[in-house]
Design a protein around this ligand. Structure first.
Ligand code: 3HC
Length: 693
């Protein structure tokens, strides 16, 4: 294999080009190539200035993350960056695409930076559980000051060229490449090579300001350590010289690289990309979808329509009445208006997006659509009526998708000819914001139809995960086990506030009971009634959730559920009425309340999810453990820095999880079956990740 770094000449200018597809990550070979290039060009009397650029779609998008699991290979990136900065000739980085992490740091080692207007720049290491490790925490403060450095390092959010120019990170925005770059380089040749001041960076911030900023970063990090360590490392730039700051940065980078959080976040990064490539779709070409119809313009239908319209598709929303159709249009317009407000689109883009929307009241309107998504009420009969109508009104080759979140699609799509075009597309609410879509395959679904579901999700910038059929599919089925365990813990003596508090300390955005109250308790109530006929007779059934609903408490919207809420407030406070129901029911069942530690609560709620997930894997509902991790992280708020429940199981040890699960099953015989897969892996602590290959 040739070197990924080549040098060519344009008169007295050398052009150093990195060609390391797909994103020109700086792996060992690139680092070696750059190391050698500096020496070659320093020694070349013909050369007066250097341009550093990349082949393909982007300038360097970061260090090669795949190398992070092993030991650091020489030459290290910080040394390469230093060496470029110490070069005798001026180096100019020519930026385009996504200049991220080690890519931006390499550019900052260069003496000048010019960028195409569409370039995005950032230090996203924090989202991999890291701090920038090649000078980012030390050079940015010296170039851009404290506020800019803290923002870049602790949020990881990319910035545009205008902002980068304001921060002093780029010297010029250029449109005509490579001509402008050559011109720029020729100008630099005549000037002395600029060097970064190696003294401490300067700031007006007082130590109180720093403390306040740190508190803010810590609060937003919600248990993740890298933002706080990044903050502390940036602060060092204002207290020490560059050489000392670089040493501290290296230490922070190495410490974090070895941390469980960074391993989990790297797992999350690769898992989010791997879910797009299930074995079932290997080599399959998706069926083309150029137009979409959506049946039902309620909250869900409007959200899906918003996402589809924003992705550039023309969309027809079918409702039952003119009034409902107008309501759907209003909701979609409202979603787009808030996108404008958040700076996600301009007003012109909003108008163009809305112009692609048609609303209608009859099924005739779906006649031309390549794909129809049903997004009506979650009820088998209601959904069957829709599919009966689609059987006659939709094109014979149109893809028909149902946005069911629990119900088996085959139970209501019987009237449709060619069932190979039917699939489930389970969007999460609000569908224009939440990025997860479960693509549900029936026994008949054609592979190119599933692939079309994946392509649609990608187009909408969502992440699709393949799921087979079971009650609740991957995510809601696991949620069912989680909710059931939370209910048992409650009945056995823990309070809603303790359980929620423990799960929030674990990193969940909210605990199970706050979540139930927010979603409304009615849905769970109906589900339990639906499941009553099939529930195993010896399974423990906690009546507390039903008793609360039957007492008229349906969650936040009624001002009371597991907690009480003041009028219009979302702030939960204990509800004496609900607490009385819980106490009464414990007494009626002869349960002497026992105390649980927060660790026990977390371990038990984790174990039942892993146990259910293991069953899902055994049944072939999910292909790989990583699919489950992505569902839980993207759809249910599972902390990314824990990498999902399966990654967490590997971190805790599958043997430990198995022991917890066995304890739970023994305490409530008939209520839980220990998954044979968990039993097999847990027997010798084999990690779930061994099944990801
Ligand atoms: N290292 C290794 N592989 C990488 C990579 C990296 N830094 N960045 C992307 N890739 C791989 C992806 O895994 C994917 O591989 P696959 O095709 O086998 O699945 C392929 O490149 C394409 O990536 P995407 O599918 O994500 O392509 P997009 O066009 O959607 O996005 C991107 C491109 C914005 C560059 C996105 O990939 C990204 O955000 N990458 C990570 C950037 C990053 O975090 N950089 C910092 C790395 S850590 C670092 O630099 C440490 C330093 O401070 C020392």
């Amino acid at each position: 294999m040739g070197t990924p770094v080549t040098i060519r000449h344009d008169g007295e200018i050398a052009i150093v080009e990195i060609d390391n597809p797909p994103v020109n990550a700086v792996g060992q070979a690139v680092r070696q190539g750059l190391w050698d290039a500096v020496a070659t060009l320093d020694a070349d009397p013909q050369i007066e200035a250097v341009l550093l650029t990349c082949a393909g779609r982007t300038f360097i998008a970061g260090a090669d993350i795949r190398e992070f699991d092993g030991g650091a290979l020489e030459p290290w990136l910080p040394e390469v960056v230093e060496r470029i900065h110490a070069a005798r000739k001026p180096w100019t980085a020519v930026l385009f695409g996504t200049v991220l992490g080690g890519g931006l740091e390499t550019a900052l080692g260069c003496h000048y930076r010019i960028a195409h207007p569409d370039t995005k720049l950032g230090l996203p290491e924090v989202s991999l559980g890291l701090v920038p490790g090649a000078g980012g925490t030390q050079r940015v403060p010296r170039i851009s000051g404290a506020a800019a450095a803290v923002k870049l390092v602790t949020t990881g959010a990319p910035i545009c060229t205008e902002e980068a120019e304001r921060m002093g990170l780029i010297d010029r925005i250029v449109t005509d490449l490579p001509a402008d770059a050559l011109h720029f380089a020729r100008d630099t040749a005549a000037k002395p090579v600029p060097r970064l001041d190696p003294g401490p960076a300067q700031t007006d911030l007082t130590s109180e300001d720093w403390e306040e900023l740190r508190e803010d970063v810590t609060r937003k990090a919600r248990g993740q350590i890298s933002p706080v360590r990044g903050f502390d490392t940036v602060r060092k730039a204002f207290e020490t010289d560059l050489a000392e700051g670089m040493k501290l940065e290296r230490q922070a980078f190495m410490d974090l690289k070895a941390s469980a959080q960074s391993q989990a976040l790297r797992h999350a990064f690769f898992a989010e990309r791997a879910v797009a490539k299930p074995a079932a779709l290997d080599g399959v070409t998706p069926r083309e979808v150029a137009s979409l119809a959506i049946i039902g313009g309620g909250l869900m239908g409007s959200g899906i329509a918003t996402a589809a319209l924003t992705s550039g598709l023309p969309v027809t929303v079918v409702e039952q009445s003119e009034e409902a159709a107008a309501g759907a249009r209003d909701r979609i317009a409202g979603n787009l208006a808030s996108a404008v407000k958040r700076g996600k689109m301009t007003e012109d883009q909003r108008d163009a997006t809305l112009a692609r929307l048609t609303t209608a009241t009859g099924y005739e309107a779906v006649a031309e659509a390549d794909m129809v998504i049903e997004a009506v009420f979650e009820d088998t009969d209601v959904k069957r009526a829709v599919f009966d109508a689609l059987a006659t009104h939709a094109r014979g080759d149109a893809i028909l998708a149902t946005n069911t979140s629990y119900i088996d699609p085959t139970s209501f799509t019987g009237a449709v000819p060619n069932p190979d075009r039917i699939m489930g597309l389970h969007f999460f609410s609000p569908a224009h914001i939440m990025r997860l879509v479960e693509v549900v395959r029936t026994p008949d679904t054609a592979a190119e139809v599933l692939a079309a579901g994946f392509a649609l999700a990608k187009r909408m910038r969502k992440v699709a995960v393949l799921s087979g059929i079971c009650d609740g599919f991957i995510g809601n089925r696991i949620l069912g086990a989680y909710g059931r365990m939370a209910g048992y813990l409650l009945e056995d003596g823990a309070s809603p506030a303790q359980i929620d508090g423990a799960m929030k300390a674990f990193g969940m955005p909210m605990g199970p009971f706050e979540m139930f109250d927010m979603a409304g308790l009615q849905i769970g109530y109906s589900n339990r009634k639906r499941e009553a006929a099939t529930r195993p007779a010896d399974q423990r059934y906690s009546r507390i959730p039903d008793l609360i609903v039957e007492d008229g408490a349906l969650g936040q919207k009624t001002g009371r559920g597991y907690y009480a809420y003041d009028d219009g407030s979302r702030v939960a406070r204990p509800s004496p009425e609900t607490d009385a129901i819980i106490a009464c029911e414990r007494e009626a069942r002869g349960i002497a309340p026992r105390s649980f530690s927060d660790e026990e609560i977390v371990a038990m709620l984790h174990a039942v999810q892993v146990n259910e997930a293991a069953a899902i894997l055994e049944e072939g509902i999910a292909e790989r453990p990583l699919d489950i991790d992505v569902v839980k992280m993207m759809g249910y708020g599972y902390p990314r820095w824990r990498g999902g429940p399966m990654q967490e199981a590997d971190a805790r040890g599958t043997d430990t999880v198995l022991a917890t699960m066995r304890g739970i099953a023994e305490a409530d015989p008939g209520s839980w079956t220990v998954s044979p897969l968990l039993a097999r892996l847990g027997a010798d602590g084999t990690p779930f990740s061994t099944l990801d290959k």
